[in-house]
Design a protein around this ligand. Structure first.
Ligand code: AMP
Ligand code: ZN
Ligand code: FE
Ligand code: FE
Length: 302
């Protein structure tokens, strides 16, 4: 049955438009039975989401998404079932969110320098949690500089655009280690380019390159590969499924829903097999309660 599981969503704890409670209401309306919340660099929406899910009889999975940068370019790592209450884990997430604030301020300065008048104060009001480029995009829309989120990225915010400022990011290996340090399950997100505007900074974009990366990622602790993602075609899904099986990775998936008008896929818009949920749950059960490997934050390169 399609549309019953969605393992990739965002709320106002990062750059989604709905609060965690509202997101669960929408999930319920869409007929979802299982939902994971995977905000960028934050688990602050997880408790509200879990409570709302319980009231609506939806199976809830805590998660996170960490955007990484490295020699190969940008990759995103999802983490499922982290023991998010761990203080050391939260301390690292706070460092990542603080770096987002400094970078956002600098992007607004650059926009102002180019004659685009939005204020950092307004961006801060829009962003209730981990601040990101979509919040700057909203301020640009409000001020009438652009009509849509994609237009804001194309004109002003894309990687390589004049106002773009990189932010402190972990390497993909470090993101995997960070998630493992909270006994979470690291999964490589949307392995193929989802945003054309960001294409210059994204890898691997084809299965030959992805195949080159997978042995290393598995070696450092990756356990899943996002396969049933957003707008991926049946061909792409089948390629990724083959790779997931070959490397004994759990094929996960979801919409990457951020609210209307941000990403094209609606909540529950890409069917994900329930078997993926069962496999994640079994791995998490084996891991939880064990002493996790420690994670040491690499020195900020700023
Ligand atoms: P940041 O984390 O601040 O670098 O912003 C990256 C986030 O912006 C991604 O995770 C997406 O949610 C969103 N994003 C990136 N490119 C686009 C685009 N072309 N259109 C809409 N949203 C985008
Ligand atoms: Zn996002
Ligand atoms: Fe992502
Ligand atoms: Fe995402």
């Amino acid at each position: 049955m399609p549309g019953l599981v969605d393992l990739h969503t965002h709320s106002t704890a990062s750059d989604g438009l709905y609060s965690p409670g509202e997101l669960l209401q929408h999930a319920h309306a869409a007929g979802l039975r299982v939902l994971a919340l995977t905000d960028h660099d934050s688990t602050n929406g997880v408790e509200e989401a879990a409570q709302a899910a319980q009231a609506l009889n939806i199976e809830f999975i805590p998660g996170i998404e960490i955007n990484t940068d490295g020699s190969g370019g940008e990759m995103h790592v999802l983490g499922y079932f982290p023991e998010y209450q761990r203080a050391a884990f939260q301390a690292v997430l706070q460092v990542l969110r603080d770096a987002r604030v400094r970078r956002g301020e600098r992007m607004v300065e650059r926009l102002n320098g180019g004659g685009v008048h939005i204020t950092w104060e307004r961006v801060r009001q829009i962003a209730q949690g981990a601040v990101g480029r979509p919040h700057i995009a909203q301020a640009l829309m409000e001020a009438g500089y652009v009509q849509s989120m994609p237009e804001a990225f194309e004109k002003y915010l894309c990687t390589g655009c004049p106002a773009y400022v990189p932010r402190y990011k972990l390497t993909v290996e470090d993101a995997i280690h960070l998630i493992a340090s909270a006994n979470g399950l690291p999964v490589l997100a949307h392995p193929f380019t989802p945003h054309p505007a960001d294409a210059i900074n994204r890898v691997p974009t084809d299965s030959a390159r992805l195949r080159g990366w997978l042995p290393r990622l598995c070696e450092v602790g990756m356990v899943g590969l996002e396969t049933y993602y957003g707008q991926y075609t049946a061909e792409i899904v089948s390629e990724l499924r083959t790779l997931a099986d070959e490397y004994h990775l759990v094929p996960t998936g979801g919409s990457d829903f951020h609210g209307p008008g941000i990403h094209p896929t609606p909540l529950g818009g890409h069917a994900v097999p329930h078997e993926s949920v069962e496999r994640l749950r079994a791995l998490a059960k084996a891991r939880h309660g064990q002493a996790p490997p420690a994670f040491e934050l690499p020195p900020p390169a700023e």
